[in-house]
Design a binder for this molecule. Structure first.
Ligand SMILES: [Zn+2]
Length: 266
């Protein structure tokens, strides 16, 4: 909770664009720009500097050289579209897709989290202890689709969930703080997925989510599946982002299904 009593959602992601694609509507819903009672913090672990550039004319060595900076300005534009004013980057190096040479780079997020999980987690715990989020949302154990950085983000977020509230764990990283609920985002094609506990109706923010997707211009094709569907198509499909509550620290057993990540905390 922040000093004005707002409940805080912290989203923990791997690369710029993941936050918007997987939970952009949720981030907008809870950003202070759109809500008097909640706020949103976005943490991205890498700058996505090993990703592809989907605009043919810009797919050049020079553009790849500065891709990390480009992606940081794209996420800034995406956050502006969603109304999210707090976002930061943990500063790890992109690991690339499974099997890329980047996986082996000792600077990569994947290698850091594999060889020194707690050292990697400390960077996130510092932010958690400073911001004091009530809810954390990240990926499932498989990182949604198996990307090494997504798996790393999921592991680091879970480890931070365990240790941030322990005053004896790395006391130099700030005063202990225990978030109250931990979620993993579930992909939209699993609407009948038994694991889903929580559905957020993002009808009001479909337009903002589309603009945020467009802001990630070098990695999301303007004629690709995410942008080909109209707002009406999304409404027809069911305008929800879906989550699974994987752990919590609230006294009553949460009543499932939920329609609010802060259910039981308000
Ligand atoms: Zn990613």
């Amino acid at each position: 909770m922040d000093s004005s009593g707002r409940l805080i959602l912290m989203a923990v992601h791997a690369h710029p664009d993941d936050e918007t694609i997987s939970m952009g509507g949720t981030l907008a819903t809870y950003a202070a720009t759109h809500s008097q009672t909640t706020d949103t913090y976005v943490v991205t672990s890498t700058r996505g500097e090993l990703g592809e550039i989907v605009i043919t004319e810009r797919d050049t060595p020079e553009e790849h050289e500065r891709l990390g900076e480009t992606r940081m300005s794209e996420i800034a534009a995406a956050m502006a579209a969603l109304g999210v004013t707090h976002f930061e980057n943990l500063g790890f190096r992109d690991s690339g897709m499974v099997g890329d040479a980047g996986n082996e780079d000792p600077r990569s997020y994947h290698q850091h989290s594999t060889t020194d999980l707690d050292g990697t987690t400390e960077r996130l715990v510092r932010i958690i202890r400073r911001v004091q989020p009530d809810v954390i949302a990240t990926y499932d154990d498989f990182g949604g689709y198996g990307h090494p950085d997504h798996i790393a983000a999921a592991r680091v977020a879970r480890r931070a969930w365990e240790v941030a509230g322990d005053p004896t764990w790395r006391p130099g990283a700030g005063p202990a703080w225990s978030p109250k609920k931990l979620y993993e985002v579930r992909t939209p094609d699993s609407q009948r997925d038994k694991l889903i506990t929580t559905r957020i109706d993002i009808t009001k923010h479909l337009g903002a989510k589309r603009r945020a997707i467009q802001a990630h211009a070098t990695q999301i094709k303007s004629d690709g599946p995410l942008l080909l569907l109209s707002e009406q198509d999304y409404l027809d499909l069911g305008p929800y982002e879906q989550y699974r509550l994987i752990d919590h620290r609230i006294p009553e057993v949460p009543s499932i299904p939920e329609s609010d990540l802060f259910a039981g905390l308000r």
